[in-house]
Write a protein that binds this ligand. Structure first.
Ligand SMILES: Nc1nc2c(c(=O)[nH]1)N[C@H]1C(S)=C(S)[C@@H](COP(=O)(O)O)O[C@H]1N2
Ligand SMILES: [Mo]
Length: 365
């Protein structure tokens, strides 16, 4: 079986039982997750929102930066940030999650950013609907996709490229797709795409291209590296692959009690403890969250609260009468499309969309 990236000789799958490598550690130190206790916030404070940056944060200045809109359009556009900010302005709370969230829990481990559960955050993004800009440029009759290119460039899988992703035309024209310059009431900070990023609610994070440089309308599907090679759900090495698109349902619990520093095992006292968390999905509205405290043998229905918006996570609570002993809390979500979290995820080469349930070991004294 081929477990190395073409052109680089690097392992794409860690040998069975191997620990996280120095390279994975370097990625993890750059691309931090959201501490799970930050699930207490409706909107994730910007510094606690997860980050995923493939290459380097590009040095950009909004006074000289311009957005170019071209390809299969009647009128190519060059827009400054002020031009964009003079347009219709919308603010939307959106839960974003990395498609690689859960990757490090697969065995054998796909080698990349080693997320466990924490590659998620919810922010209020401010920008202008993409549709208005595309309409102003005038879509040609043969337009099929819209490609978004960032200012960041690097080498992945031995291929040098600008970070770029595309959307089918119908998705790009969706009501809630934004060109965003603000987050939680502030200008975008460098790490989240300053001065302008794409924001595609409901889709995994790779779609929401940061540091936008070009929007190019295409008359054929885009075949760039981040579209056609990365972000594929491929259950078998050398087997067929499907592109990863929308966020699969997931619930997380705020780990209760206090943690052990090194193992992060939870310690709490006996008695009533209200477990709290959030649940989200890009394939429908979350309609059920269930909680188990015995590793999944028995399940209880949690109470759902209101989401801050259609594309944002829902809070949930459930009160547990904790008895002394060793327990394992497990939570799972289901949405109104019928999609639900599995107890075990089907393995895949890139470690995509692993929404297998969270398990939190707890010691009750
Ligand atoms: N230009 C560019 N856009 C990008 C990326 C990137 O590396 N370069 N990473 C993508 C990925 S994989 C994710 S999960 C989200 C993360 O967004 P955040 O760092 O603002 O949370 O940005 C996406 N947009
Ligand atoms: Mo990602």
């Amino acid at each position: 079986m081929t477990t190395q990236t073409p052109n680089t000789g690097h392992d794409v799958i860690a040998p069975p039982g191997a620990g996280v490598s120095q390279e994975e550690l370097a990625l993890a130190a750059r691309n931090h997750g959201m501490p799970l206790e930050a699930l207490r916030h409706d909107l994730t404070p910007v510094g606690l929102h997860y980050l995923l940056i493939h290459f380097d944060i590009p040095p950009l200045d909004e006074t000289t930066w311009r957005l170019h809109v071209g390809g299969c359009v009647g009128r190519p556009l060059t827009l400054s940030l002020a031009d964009l900010q003079a347009r219709e302005t919308v603010t939307l709370p959106v839960t974003m999650e990395c498609a690689g969230n859960g990757r490090a829990r697969l065995e054998p481990r796909p080698v990349s950013q080693p997320w466990l559960h924490e590659a998620v955050g919810t922010a209020e993004w401010t920008g202008t609907p993409l549709r208005g800009v595309l309409e102003e440029a005038g879509l040609a009759d043969d337009a099929v996709e819209v490609c978004f290119t960032g200012h960041d460039r690097g080498v992945q899988g031995g291929v040098e490229h600008d970070y770029a992703r595309s959307l089918p035309l119908a998705e790009a024209l969706g009501d809630d797709v934004l060109l965003a310059w603000g987050v939680n009431g502030q200008p975008l900070p460098p790490q989240h795409g300053y001065p302008l990023r794409l924001l595609v609610p409901g889709w995994y994070g790779m779609t929401s291209v940061k540091w936008l440089r070009d929007i190019t309308v295409l008359d054929r599907p885009f075949d760039g590296y981040q579209q056609a090679v990365a972000y594929q759900f491929q259950p078998e090495v050398d087997g067929p692959a499907e592109p990863v698109t929308r966020i699969a349902p997931r619930a997380l619990v705020i780990p209760p009690g206090i943690p052990d520093f090194l193992t992060r095992r939870r310690h709490l006292s006996r008695g009533a403890v209200t477990l709290r968390g959030r649940a989200w999905s890009g394939t429908g509205e979350v309609v059920a969250v269930e909680v188990s405290t015995d590793g999944g043998a028995t399940w209880h229905t949690a109470e759902l609260g209101a989401s801050p918006g259609r594309w944002a996570w829902r809070p949930w609570t459930w009160t547990w009468q904790a008895e002394p002993g060793e327990h394992e809390i497990v939570v799972r979500a289901r949405d109104d499309s019928g999609a639900a979290q599995p107890l075990e995820q089907r393995w895949n080469v890139q470690g995509m969309a692993n929404n297998a349930v969270q398990r939190v070991p707890v010691t009750v004294a």
